[in-house]
Design a protein around this ligand. Sequence first.
Ligand SMILES: [Zn+2]
Length: 431
Amino acid sequence: MTIYAAHVVDTPGDPFTGDPAAALAEDGALLVRDGVIRARGSLAALRAAHPDEPVTRLDGGLLVPGFVDTHVHFPQIRAIGGMGLPLLDWLERYALPEESKLAEQAYARAVAAEFLDGLVASGTTSALVFGSHFAPAMDELFAAAGQRGLNITSGLVLSDRELRPDLLTSPETALAESADLILRWHDRGRLRYAVTPRFSLSTSDEMLDACAQLLGKDVWFTSHLNENLAEIATVTRLFPGSQHYLDTYCKHGLVTARSVFAHNVHPDDAELTLLAEHGASIAHCPSSNGALGSGLFPLRRHVEHGVRVALGTDVGAGSGPFLPKEALQAYFMQQLLGPAGLSLTPVHLLYLATRAGARAIGLEDRVGDLAVGKDFDAVWLRPTGNSTLAVNLRHARDTTDALARIFALATPADVAGVWLRGDAVAGPGPR
Ligand SMILES: [Zn+2]
């Protein structure tokens, strides 16, 4: 057992359904045994109750829950920074040529290690990962994630039209390869499987039917939705009988409480109603939306319809795996929307980067906050020396203000420690 003495801050409440200030909680210490939080309170109280336990002091900064990224592409970690193109041109020019390289297993192994190490260094401890088009590359990702102890949900990406030929497969092969991956990786430790058609633009009705057959195995589902106007126009042309983009998935039974759709920048009200009815979640990826010029995410309409929203970095269209930066971009986007936007507080930002993601991917009983009984997946954010963030934290009026300074200024260099189920995988060390 270890007592961690730290400024513990999390959001066990939901700031979107009540007073944001009431969603925040803070304490001075956690007692951790076998990777699980057993007690929480003031340092004095925990020491009095457990006088023989060693104390690890995490002085300065904040100890927050590990971040939860609900949309990030593992094969694109080497393809960040492609500027100046909208979605479909960006895919063709930057993303898909890189994804093709993962056909070679040794290449995929190296990329998987770089990708997962990037998540850990950014304080991300759980992620819904958009996979590769190649099954051996998925074996590499799952094996490497299992070794590191990360909470990873991912799956083979499926397409049978519109993309470059080397990324296409048939529904029959997709079924066989996916079923095999599910058998070997789903529910193994902290790994789970997600059926992953790239987007309905690149998947026929036959392929989406195959996806529905795989869902019967109690796995997760993820794809893209309403990202860009040219994409939506193409989907409308390819599915002339569908009422809207979401219907292309819905008519195959692919919209459920285990479904997470990335983007949804341009939904109509009927789609928002359906998403809420089925309990599906949206992964909001503001950096990517800005980089590709996709649009300003209508968060207020999602919240008003009761649709769950979490954050995704959408690497490589997004600008890196550090989720607090994504939360800051979400804040910027809502400010730019003016009266149509939903002005986000620092408490909203912490919630979006942690508990909202855990809820979206069904892990809220295990991670997303630092309550007693949860896994000790945590990030210690403590700035170096006299950095601008350090200066600002010294002048923060209260915890919420400190959170605001962190979301405005923190970078991966401020990640002083990361724990996965109690194991320190980065830091902590004196600076
Ligand atoms: Zn994406």
